[in-house]
Structures are given as structure tokens and as C-alpha cells.
Design a protein around this ligand. Structure first.
Ligand code: CIR
Length: 253
């Protein structure tokens, strides 16, 4: 169960965020409203939400997930892989020190984005992506070992982050899209296979038994409900324009 979540409000500089989506520029006012809706959904799942003010220096800083990996035993501050995002992690570390005694770091030349890490109990799958390099993943696995956890690497082919195409819903249930559907590594899971036309909806989060997912993906929503979950949908269209989604917008622990 998660007790806490940390989020950061989007800033006006959001319009300059990194993207490959080709969906146009996000609207600031709309993004603020959507962000408030996202926070409300987290609260409905019973977590205490720490809402950080916008940091205009970093257009992508609303995507706090990439700056740290928060586990039951330690917080690992990342070295984000995109040049323009390096430094976002400094303020997140300050916040996490009031929640964690054990804080670790990914050190250069290692890079790692939290969006590349999927937690399954004490095991952490780490995507090797344009953002997370082998050195970052190796450091991460060494840190996990210190805390009695394990890690394994998953080379990515197309997606930005591992959790762009995967979401673990506990109880051995895994949502999978695109390149992950037939990957032998994930054979042991009960898979909720996401249709190509709804692949964006693979980026969802399990929060205390409830699944928060993006609005507008009815086939996926029905499949998650059939699997036995209550679903909360949130409109995150403005964040999608920056390749972000519901997992990227919070740290949950
Ligand atoms: C970026 O390219 O870094 C942001 N525009 C999107 C980050 C999405 N984060 C995530 O999937 N964890």
C-alpha cells in the first residue's frame, strides 16, 4: 500500500517541454486544471499528496517520476538522461529527505530515468533506453542489492520509457502494449494486452487497489475492470503532448 505521493505543478515553461508526440503545444491553464484532477484522483486512493510549486527553470519538471525511484527501503535519486532535465533531481532530493533516512544516488556517467523502472515486489525491471544507460542500470542494481532487492535490465526498442508500455497492477497482473506483449521476460504474468490503437493507456498506475488511467481509452478501461479493478480516469491530454502520462506525474511510496 502507498501512503504518500509527491507531485509538482506544471509551470508556464511547460510549452517548452521535450516531445516527440507531434500533438501540438500543451495549454498551461488546461494543464493546471488537469493536474488538479490528477491530484484529486490520487487523494481518492487514500494517499497523502505533497504538491510542490512549479519550477519554471525546468519545463519537464511536472514529470517528477523521472527524478527518483522510491522503494519501501530507500529512495534513489536519479541522474536524468536528458541534458535539459539534469538538475530537476536536486529539489526532489530535498523533499525526500523528510521521508527517507536512506538516500542513494545514480552517479555520472550513469544515467537513469524513473520512468524506466517498474517495481514488482522486491524486483525492479529497468529499461535500457535513450535515457537510461547500462552504467545507470548497473549502479541501480548494485544499490538495490544493498537493500535486499533485485534488478534486471530490459532493452527497449521503440518506446521512450519502460513504463510507456507497461504497468504492473500487483497480484501478478501486468498491462502490456507494443514491444512488451510477447517479450519472454514477462511470460509469467497474467497479461492485460493493450490494443495498438490504445497504446498510450498502458501508462497507468495502481494505487492501493485502484487503477488510475488516462481518460478516453474505453477498451483498456473495460479490460482493467474485467480484471477486477476499480478504475479512475483522468484527462491528461496536455501532458500526453509532451510524451508524459499518469505514472510520470507522481512518486508513490
Ligand atoms: C521527457 O521527454 O522527459 C518528458 N517530456 C516526458 C517524460 C515522461 N516521463 C515518464 O514517462 N516517466
Amino acid at each position: 500500500m502507498f501512503k504518500n505521493a509527491i507531485v509538482r505543478k506544471p509551470g508556464k515553461s511547460l510549452v517548452n517541454g521535450l516531445t516527440s508526440a507531434n500533438l501540438g503545444k500543451p495549454g498551461y491553464d488546461k494543464a493546471l486544471t488537469q493536474h488538479a484532477g490528477y491530484v484529486a484522483a490520487l487523494k481518492k486512493c487514500g494517499v497523502e499528496v505533497t504538491v510542490l510549486e512549479a519550477d519554471e527553470r525546468f519545463p519537464d519538471s511536472v514529470f517528477v517520476e523521472d527524478t527518483a525511484v522510491v522503494t519501501a527501503r530507500c529512495a534513489i535519486i536519479t541522474n536524468p538522461g536528458a541534458a535539459g532535465r539534469k538538475g530537476e533531481e536536486v529539489a526532489i532530493k530535498e523533499v525526500l529527505t523528510s521521508f527517507y533516512d536512506n538516500i542513494e544516488h545514480i552517479q555520472p556517467p550513469g544515467t537513469l530515468d524513473g520512468g524506466d523502472v517498474m517495481m514488482v515486489g522486491n524486483h525492479f525491471y529497468t529499461g535500457l533506453s535513450a535515457r537510461t544507460n547500462r552504467e545507470g542500470a548497473a549502479q541501480f542494481t548494485r544499490i538495490l542489492k544493498k537493500y535486499g532487492c533485485t534488478g534486471s535490465a530490459v532493452p527497449l526498442k521503440k518506446v521512450l520509457h519502460l513504463k510507456t508500455g507497461l504497468a504492473y497492477l500487483e497480484n501478478n497482473n501486468l498491462m502490456a502494449a507494443g514491444e512488451f506483449i510477447d517479450l519472454p521476460l514477462f511470460k509469467r504474468f497474467n497479461k492485460i494486452v493493450i490494443d495498438e490503437s490504445e497504446s498510450y493507456s498502458a501508462n497507468c498506475i495502481w494505487v492501493n487497489g485502484v487503477v488510475i488511467m488516462p481518460a478516453g481509452f474505453e477498451t483498456t478501461k473495460a479490460a482493467v475492470e474485467i480484471a477486477g479493478y476499480q478504475v479512475l480516469t483522468v484527462d491528461v491530454s496536455e501532458f500526453r503532448k509532451l510524451d508524459g502520462g499518469v505514472s510520470c506525474m507522481s512518486l508513490r511510496f
